[in-house]
Write a protein that binds this ligand. Sequence first.
Ligand SMILES: Cc1cc2nc3c(=O)[nH]c(=O)nc-3n(C[C@H](O)[C@H](O)[C@H](O)COP(=O)(O)OP(=O)(O)OC[C@H]3O[C@@H](n4cnc5c(N)ncnc54)[C@H](O)[C@@H]3O)c2cc1C
Length: 571
Amino acid sequence: MNAYQPRTEDMQFLLSRVLNAPAQLQALPAFAEVDADLMQQVLEEAGKFVGEVIAPLNRDGDEIGAQWADGAVTMPPGFKGAYQAFWQAGWPALASSPENGGQGLPTVLEAMLYEMLSAANIGWTMAPGLLHGAYECIKHHASDELKAQYLEKVATGEWLATMCLTEPHAGSDLGLARTKAVPLPDGNYAVSGTKIFISGGEHDLTDNIVHLVLARLPDAPPGPKGLSLFLVPKFYPDGSRSRVHCDRIEEKMGLHGSPTCVMRFDEAICQIVGEPSKGLNAMFVMMNAARLHVALQGIGLLDAAWQKADAYAQERRQMRAPGKGKSAAEADYIAEHPAMRRILDTQRAWVDAGRVLAYRTALELDLIKHSADAATQATAQRWCALVTPVMKSVFTHQAFHGGSDCLQVFGGHGYVREWGIEQIVRDARVTMIYEGTNEIQAIDLLVRKVLTDGGTGMNALLDTIAADLPKSAKTHTPAMARIQTLRAITQQIVQAAPKEAALAYRVADDYLRAVALVLMDWAWLRIEAGVDAGTPNADARWLVPAKALRSWVLPEFQMRSFIIVQQCVAA
Ligand SMILES: Cc1cc2nc3c(=O)[nH]c(=O)nc-3n(C[C@H](O)[C@H](O)[C@H](O)COP(=O)(O)OP(=O)(O)OC[C@H]3O[C@@H](n4cnc5c(N)ncnc54)[C@H](O)[C@@H]3O)c2cc1C
């Protein structure tokens, strides 16, 4: 079984030729020194680290997994050493501010790093995956005292962090959370309650763990508006242990390298982060960062599945492929059979569209942070708000379903453990569930974001997309026609939604997928525009997947718009 190996030259092509990222970033004073050479160097070093240190641990992570005994969790062999090497080399701090111990590099490099890490070993990657969100949350909402104690440790990854939201009866609906926080005379709080499914709630990777916990104050109103956020460390600054216990870890379908913990808070002394009853606001900073990361998990896992399937299809021979003559004595490679070609080229189309969208979103995050121009910031905010739930949903969906198609390329050999493709399918399944299920992402997009402004923001996003199409695609093209249809169906839902309360919720997923297809079309038109005579292997590497997108992926747009129109008419 071959471990995943990052192919950074493809990523570099998308970053530089397609998104023109180095020039865009250098226009921001914060990144004046970050040129194309530096970005390439960081990417290559990251690829080397991921390929040499993280990927080889993937199999043990799955087969041995994290182990719980008496409240302590031992991570799979090699995980701790790899994490120590990771943080000491400064990888977690890539995009954190230099004043907090970070390297101050662009977010897009961090996004590319996490895509590769997820592809190589998602179980291991879950541990540092929440760090950047925790860093932003503490930086923007915690008191100066908390920042002095925790910000740099989290920014650099010396300590890992968790996000403690879910409770046994409160999953998608966090407003049902019952964990209590009682104010103490000294200004601290005591938190009591049980949180479940907490990724990395306990482990031996770092000396300390910083838990960010949603809980309710005694006089707080019911529902999500009554939740406050608290920081509970495993160890306090004086070295004493807090009353936070890991009662067990879950047995699960995949992701065995990541301990999914039941955490008991037993009057654990802690401090509040941000204002009372404004916990969800503070937590959203972390959740948004985490949603982009989960989209990158989907993209990475699908790329890893494709890599395995592509390699296998080029070695295994079965039957004659059509048009190859009739001699039964010879057999052709699986890769030459049209049904298998279709699977492989289609997944490539998804992965590279995902990369363009995720990298562009990361660039927009840097514009939000570092641009001095209010209009640029507003456009970037809109992009991130609308595109993030779309990416989280469709690329995690595709990681599982497209990963399963890649397993099909192996026939029966994919269903047995030897080739490692079944692990990818098992690991990918949860990405559709956590960080807000994909149903919740669709509702977030349509009900909370598109309908609340009557479709104005979505139309503005479509203006941005239309203006950014290559010249050849700007008039009377299928891409422009799909953009117009999406504008029309947005208006149709806006008008029909008030007639029937359930309508928008019923078509939310169709709508999200229609938006995704328009975005993917844009992404591939930009990729094709970036290909020129000097692009190595341009035909097979870029133009064949572009064709697959048009043949096998984009036709779904008609089906989704048909469903939406039917439902609106019937409302
Ligand atoms: C491996 C793993 C790691 C996790 N890590 C963390 C973590 O680190 N921190 C943390 O706090 N949580 C974590 N979670 C929890 C995860 O975020 C929740 O499982 C998820 O939010 C869904 O909640 P639930 O499981 O209670 O499902 P429910 O909310 O009960 O949902 C059940 C089904 O109903 C659907 N549904 C619910 N409400 C609606 C609605 N309004 N409209 C349409 N459909 C709806 C859901 O989409 C889902 O399909 C993790 C979970 C797993 C499995």
